[in-house]
Design a binder for this molecule. Structure first.
Ligand code: ZN
Length: 299
């Protein structure tokens, strides 16, 4: 088997590269097994087999992009977006932004309010409609490989929790390199496969989200991948958002689905998990927080 990121030839007999198997039920209640394999050279974890687009489509049907989140979720998300935008401002204070896979356009809206000229790409009909009709944004309802624009068009290109959804991330990074300006930046944020949360919950980690997520990055694999595709890393950080106190709760629910007694016991154990996450947020333990954020520029 050849690594889809670094082209390393991996031996698959003897389970050398196999981490574990995740069982997924589709909307017809049919189960499918996906193995998660890790490249020993670059550390990337990927699904085997890679799900086909037709199979994936049902996992993005109605309900994936909600018109409105709950008040609590919306308030927490707005706070997190403001923090992220203020970080971006320090690196690139103005210019033209393209958000690839912008969903309902909420992040793009925050960028617009901060003075950037914004537009987005969203392949889902539901998501792009909400972004257009409610957030009043300029959105192209297509995939990145169908998006038409001139080379050197954007000061900032964002892949915000999107790269892990892409079945051909190498081609996507090559295409982005063409449409980004020579002094522009690419901002990528993905779940961190080497985070404490991921290590603790393993196959029950909420952010595995198989089969919508097909690649699982850590700091090493994401940096190496961007370098291989012709980007220079400007800044790397790992983040644990305030709302992440809810994540262990969701992962516990996955871990103990259908086992009511244990569920109650683990709810009681939730409090120390919250403390651990708050602790992680305060301490500069850079590589182990829930998400990796990388700022890079084309070489
Ligand atoms: Zn590799």
């Amino acid at each position: 088997m050849i690594c889809p990121i670094c082209n390393n030839k991996e031996e698959i007999d003897g389970n050398i590269a196999k981490l574990y198997t995740v069982v997924v039920s589709d909307n017809k209640n049919e189960s499918k097994n996906f193995e998660m394999r890790q490249c020993s050279e670059c550390d990337i974890v990927y699904l085997n087999p890679m799900p086909k687009n037709e199979y994936l489509a049902s996992f993005y049907e109605k309900g994936y992009h909600r018109v409105k989140e709950s008040f609590l979720n919306e308030t927490i998300s707005r706070f997190n977006r403001k923090l992220a935008v203020s970080e971006i401002k320090k690196i690139k204070s103005d210019g033209k932004v393209l958000d690839i896979g912008c969903g309902r356009g909420m992040f793009l809206k925050s960028m617009q309010e901060a003075g950037y000229e914004v537009c987005g790409i969203e392949p889902s009909g539901d998501g792009s409609k909400i972004a257009r009709d409610i957030a009043k944004l300029k959105i192209s309802n297509c995939r990145l490989d169908e998006f038409e624009c001139c080379d050197n068009s954007f000061d900032i290109v964002m892949l915000w929790h999107v790269l892990e959804h892409m079945s051909s991330p190498a081609e996507s990074l090559e295409q982005i390199k063409k449409i980004i300006k020579p002094d522009g930046i690419l901002i990528v944020e993905v779940p961190n496969f080497s985070s404490i949360e991921s290590r603790f919950f393993n196959r029950y980690w909420q952010h595995l989200d198989v089969p919508r997520h097909m690649f699982f990055y850590n700091k090493k694999s994401l940096e190496k991948f961007l370098n291989l595709k012709g980007y220079e890393i400007i800044k790397v950080s790992t983040e644990t958002y305030s709302c992440m106190i809810l994540t262990p709760f969701k992962s516990y629910m996955l871990m103990f689905k259908g086992k009511n007694f244990l569920k109650k016991i683990f709810l009681i154990c939730l409090f120390p998990a919250i403390l651990i996450l708050l602790f992680l947020k305060i301490l500069p333990i850079v590589n182990f927080r829930s998400f990796i954020r990388i700022y890079a520029k084309p070489i």
